[in-house]
Design a protein around this ligand. Structure first.
Ligand SMILES: Nc1ncnc2c1ncn2[C@@H]1O[C@H](COP(=O)(O)OP(=O)(O)OP(=O)(O)O)[C@@H](O)[C@H]1O
Length: 180
């Protein structure tokens, strides 16, 4: 089993408040890890430490050398008048965005990613008018543009109805099989 994340005796504090105490875990390639816990228990703090936005007080997080992290933030709604199509919204995630002048390779990646999240048929529709589940899959597609091999989803099904939740999780499951 190839290790992707190894956490050794991790401690993280904000001033005097110790949020993470002696956390140890190992994540292997292909694993799914769900982090559950009450509000304020330290879930986001752990993710931010993993993303190197926070420094541990002690301990360490080791990532496999080829790790490329994709991050899907919590659901944020978008104004109904938002002017871009779903496709153009996802294309914003290419570095040095210069739509409509994407390279042939970028267009290929864009189409592949749109297909992966099941948005091909509606990719030219307005992002603002997409359903919550479609928007969330567009966010997921944005994270996939950089072709990550470790995906972090922050409560990404929280505001979705049961069907949209299932669809998003089915896409994530399929991705896990394809990436690994
Ligand atoms: N930048 C910060 N400075 C000081 N305290 C912080 C900071 N970020 C988080 N905290 C505190 O650390 C604790 C853990 O917060 P965190 O956001 O990690 O919780 P969480 O488990 O993600 O909660 P939720 O489920 O509500 O999102 C909380 O008590 C919070 O107030």
């Amino acid at each position: 089993m190839e290790q992707v994340i190894k956490v050794n005796d991790l401690n993280v504090s904000f001033g005097r408040q110790q949020v993470i105490t002696n956390l140890n875990l190992t994540l292997n390639r292909g694993d799914f890890l769900a982090i559950l816990g009450h509000n304020g228990v330290g879930k986001t703090t752990f993710v931010r430490t993993l993303l190197k936005q926070l420094k541990p007080t002690s301990g360490e997080i080791m990532l496999a050398p080829d790790t490329k992290i994709g991050y899907v933030p919590q659901f944020r709604n978008i104004d109904i008048e938002y002017p871009l199509s779903i496709r153009d919204f996802i294309a914003l995630s290419f570095t040095g965005f210069r739509l409509p002048f994407l390279s042939r390779r970028e267009k290929q990646i864009l189409n592949e990613v749109i297909e992966l999240v099941d948005l091909t048929e509606i990719a030219d529709r307005s992002m603002g008018k997409a359903s919550g589940g479609e928007k969330q899959r567009a966010y997921l597609a944005s994270a996939l543009i950089k072709q990550p091999n470790l995906l972090i989803l922050d409560e990404s099904t929280a505001s979705l109805d049961p069907d949209a939740k299932q669809e998003l999780l089915a896409v994530v499951k399929r991705l896990n099989l394809q990436i690994n």
